[in-house]
Each structure stands twice: as structure tokens, then as C-alpha cells.
Design a protein around this ligand. Structure first.
Ligand SMILES: C[S@@+](CC[C@H](N)C(=O)[O-])C[C@H]1O[C@@H](n2cnc3c(N)ncnc32)[C@H](O)[C@@H]1O
Length: 349
């Protein structure tokens, strides 16, 4: 019989000891199998591929004061690091709900938590946008504690297929839920120069918003599609050629960070859903219930601060954070992603 051997998929191997591409980091992507290697990476102050290191864990736990028997919500499950801490604090009694919009990472995290012994009697995971927190409350009743750790996880940023980072070649997608809405590439296909300029400025305070918006629209007119992360980076870099060489590389990097962030906020309607969440929070909390929100840029922080202040004035909260709590110097030194974090909290009347 002329039967061909099925072709065996070979694991992607990396050359040398310092893999750069996400798919080559097979050790980091299997922390259960290569735990020693993963520990070494964390000790060096890096985040292993496919993992997320939770930020301000001690500060969040100290504020939320979770007790056995309580009901709470982790609105942004991510890798489940905070969820795990909250579950440990419940110590087997009470219930934790956890939501996330990401249909790719959510089942992985849920499976990991089930593997750690947290079944449906203590944990309910829902694929849901936190703007629909009222749907959770219909099932859970008033919540004693709520946590939201906004933005993106390291798994999402590091995976080039998701298009979140200009450092890796990938489709320009940037959606937290790629099954819904339109990608950033599709958004750039139709947007006017003025709208794009406004988006870059309002979402990320981009100082060169006009120059970059003009360059993107001009590239499109010339038939140069901007469909990948590196294509967008190139257009931004070309638009900023006027910057003196001494600072150009650094300035282009910062502009790319801001532009990718602005697009991410736009395609995920991040300000709109955060606003809805903040408006629904007081009704979701039980009397004396506590909410903690971790933000990563000034736009988010402004919205949280404003909503907390307004609801304090209206008597819905009895106390709010006057100043945000910042991660310790030690945490920032061992996890660079913590540097921009601000933690705000409120207590329901
Ligand atoms: C910074 S990560 C959370 C990390 C998590 N606290 C941990 O310890 O692993 C943010 C997560 O929030 C999710 N997310 C962002 N916006 C959301 C929204 N509107 N509704 C639900 N989840 C959202 C993202 O998909 C991502 O998984």
C-alpha cells in the first residue's frame, strides 16, 4: 500500500538561549513543565510569555478585606492572578464571579483555576463585558467586593496574532474580543483625517496627532494598505522624520505606544464601557461593599476619579480614595508594567 506517513509537526525550536519570537518561547508557554525556567525569568524582572503578573496584589487585598462567606466579582479575569488571591481569601465559602471579554484567554484561565480546585461551587466565570455588570448582579445579588484591573494582559500584548504590540509583526487587530466589532486595520481603512487626529489626541494625548493622521490617510490614498502592526509603525516612523536624530528613536517608540493605545481604546470602546461600568457600580454593591479599580493611563484614571467623586457627592459612596495608591518602588523595579498603575477605591454607603 502506498500510504504516506503523516507529516509530524515539529516544535518550533529557537537558536541559542534567548528566544525572541513568541512561538519560540515554548518553555515559558508551558510553565507547569518548565517551572524552574519560568522562575528565573520572573527573578530577572521579566514576565514569561503566556503569563501575566498581577499588579498591586497586596494593596488590593488590604483594601477589599475579603472574608469567607462573601460574594464578589473580579471584572477582569485575565490570567486569574487576582482571582486566585480573592478565592483564597474566601477560603471555601461564599462565591466569586469573574468576567472577561476575551474569548481566547478566558477558557485557558478558567481551566487553570478549575485545576487548582476552584469549581462551580465557589467560582462562576462569564464571557462578558463588564459594562453589563448588572447581568452578573441579577444572578449574584448585591456584591461585597468588586475588582477591575483595566486594560490588557501580558498574554494579549505578547501574542503577535492579536496585533497589540508594534514590537512584533502581526495583523493590526487590537480587539480584546476578536469575534466582535472591527479590527484596527479596518477602522483605519475608512476613518477621516480629522476623526483620526481627534482619536489620537483624545485617547492618548498624542502631540503629533495631526502629522501622524495626515501620514496614515496619505499612505492609504497611495494604495499602501496598513494591515499589519509593523506597517503602521513604519508610517508613524516616516511621519516623524522631522524629529532631530538624537531623540528620534525614543520619540517614535513613544508615539507608537500612544497610537496603538489610542486605536485599542477606540476599537474596544474602552471609555464608553468603563463609563457604563462606573455608572452601574453603586447599584451593584451591597451596603458597605468595596470596589477597587486599577488604571494604566490618564484617560482611564480621570474617568474613575470623576465618577467616584460624583457618586460620593450624591451620597452613593460613603468614602473614596483621595489620592490613588501607587505600586511600590520594589514592584515597579521587578515588573515594568506596574509603573503606570494607579489604584482607586470606593466604599458604598
Ligand atoms: C490587566 S488584565 C487583568 C489581569 C488579571 N487581573 C490578572 O491578575 O491576571 C485586563 C483584562 O481585562 C479584560 N478586559 C478589558 N476590558 C474589559 C471589559 N470591558 N470587560 C471585561 N473584561 C475586560 C482584558 O481582556 C484582560 O484580560
Amino acid at each position: 500500500m502506498d500510504q504516506q506517513e503523516p507529516k509530524r509537526e515539529r516544535r518550533v525550536r529557537y537558536k541559542g538561549t534567548h528566544p525572541k519570537a513568541f512561538k519560540e518561547k515554548y518553555k515559558e508557554l508551558q510553565p507547569d513543565k518548565y517551572s524552574d525556567d519560568v522562575v528565573k525569568i520572573i527573578q530577572k524582572g521579566n514576565t514569561p510569555a503566556g503569563m501575566h503578573r498581577s499588579i498591586c496584589v497586596n494593596e488590593i487585598m488590604a483594601f477589599l478585606q475579603v472574608k469567607p462567606g462573601q460574594t464578589g466579582l473580579d471584572a477582569t479575569l485575565g490570567y486569574g492572578g487576582h482571582t486566585h488571591e480573592l478565592l483564597k481569601a474566601l477560603n471555601g465559602s461564599g462565591h466569586l464571579y469573574a468576567t472577561d471579554v476575551d474569548p481566547i484567554e478566558l477558557p485557558r484561565t478558567h481551566e487553570r483555576l478549575i485545576g487548582l480546585g476552584f469549581g462551580p461551587e465557589i467560582l462562576t466565570v462569564k464571557h462578558l463585558n463588564f459594562s453589563s455588570i448588572d447581568q452578573v448582579v441579577t444572578e449574584s445579588g448585591p456584591l461585597n467586593f468588586i475588582l477591575a484591573d483595566l486594560g490588557v494582559s501580558s498574554m494579549q500584548i505578547d501574542n503577535p496574532d492579536r496585533g497589540f504590540s508594534f514590537k512584533n509583526e502581526g495583523p493590526l487587530d487590537l480587539r480584546l474580543n476578536p469575534e466582535k466589532g472591527i479590527s484596527a486595520a479596518q477602522r483605519l481603512k475608512a476613518i477621516s483625517k480629522d476623526e483620526l487626529q481627534g482619536m489620537l489626541f483624545e485617547n492618548s494625548d498624542e502631540p503629533n496627532a495631526e502629522v501622524i493622521a495626515r501620514a496614515i490617510v496619505a499612505a492609504r490614498r497611495k494604495g499602501h494598505g496598513i494591515t499589519t502592526t509593523t506597517e503602521l509603525k513604519q508610517v508613524i516612523s516616516d511621519a516623524l522624520k522631522f524629529i532631530p536624530e538624537v531623540t528620534r528613536d525614543q520619540d517614535v517608540k513613544k508615539a507608537c505606544q500612544r497610537c496603538f493605545q489610542a486605536l485599542r481604546i477606540d476599537v474596544n470602546s474602552e471609555f464608553e464601557v468603563l463609563y457604563d461600568f462606573l455608572e452601574k457600580l453603586p447599584a451593584a454593591l451591597a451596603s458597605g461593599g468595596r470596589v477597587a479599580i486599577l488604571t494604566f493611563h490618564s484617560g482611564e484614571d480621570r474617568l474613575v476619579k470623576k465618577a467616584f467623586k460624583q457618586h460620593l457627592r450624591e451620597g452613593l459612596y460613603r468614602e473614596i480614595a483621595i489620592e490613588p495608591i501607587r505600586p511600590t518602588v520594589e514592584e515597579c523595579a521587578t515588573n515594568s508594567r506596574a509603573r503606570s498603575a494607579k489604584l482607586r477605591w470606593a466604599i458604598k454607603s
